[in-house]
Ligand binder design. Structure first.
Ligand code: HPA
Length: 253
């Protein structure tokens, strides 16, 4: 594998508020950006030989709901601190039968069902209006590296298909998930957008590592009400495999 000449940032989602195995070097306090305030401080550390930035998307104490995250400030801040590539770790519900809780998957497409989020830098604050190409929302190079790292580390990383991004913070109805399934979505989450599009606007390489936290509504073979505790427990259970994947990814970089 070729070297990642650029610095990687990881944005941790629900249940991932710090990176196991990260040797923390410093913490950069929250500071305003031209786009407002990021979710939290940025942790700078080393994972093996590679320097990494880490930011908790919902804040370290999970105080920010998906629609309240300042995605523009987060990505701006990470780029300002030197990031060239970003891995978004997002907890999701599984729609496709081979995406059960605790699995890890890499989506390759996304459909945006969110509304009202500040989703662009384009045409704002004097920035020129741009219509970025977004046909392939995730970096093919990063995805290929992640799959290679998973193979090398013996981690089961599944081809995740299409991520449907809903507004939340409530979970979906069974009918909404049936619609997403008809639309071709394999998984559903609330934070994939506008993060991916903003990363593209900034010229950052971006990929999403989806952590399966629960079955999406109506998909559970043993239906029951989903709780935040269950979601967090499943993400924690998947975090060992996630740690192996990230360590191999960074070490092989
Ligand atoms: N729906 C939307 N977002 C989610 C889910 C879900 O079932 N699980 C984790 N994030």
């Amino acid at each position: 594998m070729s070297a990642i000449s650029s610095m990687l940032a990881i944005i941790g989602g629900t249940g991932l508020y710090q990176l196991d195995g990260l040797a923390v070097e410093s913490r950069v306090p929250v500071a305003d950006t031209p786009w407002g305030t990021p979710s939290d401080e940025v942790v700078i550390g080393r994972y093996g030989v590679q320097r990494v930035l880490f930011l908790a998307r919902h804040g370290a104490r999970h105080t920010l709901a998906p629609h309240a995250v300042n995605y523009r400030a987060n990505l701006w801040r990470l780029q300002q601190l030197g990031a060239h590539a970003v891995l978004g770790v997002n907890s999701v519900g599984g729609i496709r039968a081979d995406l059960p809780p605790r699995a890890l998957a890499l989506p390759e497409q996304i459909i945006d069902y969110t509304w009202g989020r500040a989703g662009t830098y384009s045409g704002e604050q004097g920035a020129p209006v741009r219509h970025i190409d977004f046909a392939e929302p995730y970096s093919a190079a990063l995805r290929a590296r992640l799959f290679a790292a998973a193979r090398a580390a013996g981690v089961d990383l599944r081809a995740g298909g299409c991520y449907g991004c809903t507004q939340g913070p409530r979970l979906e109805t069974a009918a909404e998930i049936a619609r997403l399934r008809r639309d071709g979505c394999a998984m559903v989450g609330m934070t994939g957008m506008p993060e991916a599009a903003l990363a593209r606007e900034l010229g950052l390489d971006y990929a999403c590592v989806a952590v399966l936290a629960n079955w999406a509504a109506g998909c559970d073979p043993e239906p029951h009400a989903v709780t935040l505790e269950e979601v967090q427990a499943n993400v924690r259970a998947a975090s060992a495999a996630l740690g192996l994947l990230l360590a191999q990814f960074l070490q092989g970089a």
